[in-house]
Design a binder for this molecule. Structure first.
Ligand code: ADP
Ligand code: ASP
Ligand code: MG
Length: 472
């Protein structure tokens, strides 16, 4: 019988230094005894941020600073190489590869510094270098640990549109390409180690899938290869009832549904990139979140149905770097199509609208976008409504960046009365003021907007109120 296929992804901290890479390699080699395996790796932790810094220095004409960052990254990867691979002769090929990638980085930064212009395309090329450096190191470590392995750049596997900085995969083409490239390796028992985070357009232009996008790479490849499961190895025990950095009492959830996990990811649970589950829904491929620092623990299993727990509320999440935009004034009551024009504008910009709320008096439409999208959204709205603003039909377009969204998530909240009431009275008791509220008709998510500075209080209050501290 053919062995089952596992796609396993290792995040930045799971390949953050030589000892982490060794641990990841051991997990891969152990799995490769029983499964056909494809590994997907992130850049070593912090590297993508450094690369983006380098690109920004170059953009301001500070080529020297960019070069210094690339040199520091060269040293970091060279140190890892020396520590992971004992024999100098085995290091040579990998070192050559690393040098090639870094030379490309230097050329990109030089060009940027010369032009003082950083296009989204160039930024993608620079920010992708981290994965292109980590994959050869991990593949080498896997070989050293005892399985055959080959590093592959995902530009050879994942076909995307040309939306730089947040490209969408084209699944049919991706399927063809990745099967053609990876199946022969898998048949020979070789473990491919693919770069996370990146893809390429049909023309071969490199793109990135967005920050934190290696999770998405793993499920894209899982779906493209008809994998039996996808395992996301990270630095926590699984999906927790809340962000452990904000709620220390948070517990690991043993099983959760696609829908619940997607709601959490969409509303800021960094453990999963928001689009992670999209590719696997149709084929119902289970996705595991597990701790690479404690591989003996079971982790969280994400499945189509999840497993229900008593009270209905599964987890909480908060999203902080968001901005509230409001379009309004009494004059908009009679103005047809303000809603339509507002959201065509956001759609045109591809600004992701996270929450919408409109009072019944129609005096005000408020919605929330990622802070990174706020400025261009407001500028575009001011343009769209220029005439109406001049005639004072639309009286204001205002912005509040000091807010956060908290979401209470659980599919079984559906039909259980009183959850919103319970949440809001507990928050009221602890002095948390609500700015806006939204609940979709799916009833698997109640979201509310609060001042950013009270996020921790709000999360801890709700976590306690729903008995999540004691959940298991
Ligand atoms: P990786 O580098 O493996 O991709 P990330 O840093 O992107 O890891 O995501 C893991 C982090 O997500 C955890 O360390 C944790 O701080 C954070 N996190 C936020 N919300 C949650 C949650 N509900 N469950 C688990 N982790 C969470
Ligand atoms: N290295 C990329 C980032 O930092 C992708 C990832 O880690 O998932 O955003
Ligand atoms: Mg991540």
């Amino acid at each position: 019988m053919k062995k089952q296929l596992q796609v396993m992804k290792f995040g930045g901290t799971s390949v953050g230094d030589p000892s982490c890479i060794s641990r990841a390699a051991k997990i891969i080699v152990d799995a490769a005894r029983d499964y056909r395996c494809v590994a997907v790796v992130s850049a070593m932790s912090g590297v993508t941020n450094r690369l983006i810094e380098a690109a920004n220095h170059a953009r301001t004409g500070n080529g020297a600073e960019a070069t210094a960052i690339l040199e520091a990254l060269r040293k970091q990867h060279e140190t890892a190489l020396v520590s992971l691979i004992p024999h100098e002769k085995d290091r040579e090929g990998i070192r050559r590869k690393l040098e090639e990638v870094l030379a490309e980085g230097r050329r990109l930064c030089e060009g940027t510094a010369l032009l003082r212009e950083l296009t989204p395309r160039t930024l993608d090329a620079v920010s992708s270098l981290g994965e292109r450096l980590s994959a050869p190191l991990v593949a080498a470590a896997v070989k050293e640990t005892g399985a055959q392995s080959e590093a592959i750049e995902a530009t050879e596997l994942i076909v995307t549109d040309a939306f730089h900085g947040g490209a969408e995969p084209q699944m049919q083409l991706t399927r063809k390409k990745s099967q053609a490239r990876l199946r022969p390796l898998l048949e020979k028992g070789i473990v491919p180690v693919a770069t996370g985070f990146i893809g390429a357009t049909v023309e071969g232009q490199l793109t990135t899938l967005g920050r934190g996008g290696s999770d998405f790479s793993a499920t894209i490849l899982g779906a493209a290869l008809d994998a039996d499961e996808v395992i996301i190895w990270t630095d926590v025990d699984g999906v927790l009832t809340a962000d452990p950095r904000l709620v220390p009492e948070a517990r690991t959830i043993p099983e959760i549904s696609y829908r619940e996990a997607a709601e959490l990811a969409y509303f800021g649970a960094k453990v999963l990139h928001p689009k992670t589950l999209n590719p696997v829904v149709q084929a119902a491929i289970p996705v595991w979140i597990r701790n690479s620092f404690a591989p003996e623990r079971p982790g969280t299993k994400i499945t189509p149905e999840g497993r229900s727990i008593g009270g209905g509320v599964k987890a909480l999440t908060a999203i902080r770097d968001v901005t509230l935009i409001s379009v309004g004034g009494p004059g908009i009551v009679g103005l047809p199509d303000v809603v339509g024009r507002t959201f065509s504008t956001t759609a045109e910009l591809r600004a992701n609208v996270l929450l919408i709320s409109q009072s019944s008096s129609q005096n005000d439409i408020c919605f929330i976008v990622a802070s990174a999208d706020a400025q261009r959204t407001v500028e575009a709205l001011r343009k769209e409504f220029a005439q109406d603003l001049a005639h004072q039909d639309v009286e204001h377009i205002t912005v509040d960046p000091n807010i956060a969204i908290v979401a209470v998530v659980g599919e079984n909240m559906r039909g259980i009365p009183g959850i919103a009431g319970k949440t809001f009275s507990a928050l009221g008791r602890d002095g948390v003021n609500l700015i806006a509220i939204a609940q979709g008709s799916s009833e698997s998510n109640i979201s509310f907007v609060i001042e950013e500075k009270v996020v921790k209080t709000a999360l801890r209050t709700a976590h306690r109120e729903f008995g999540l501290n004691a959940a298991s």
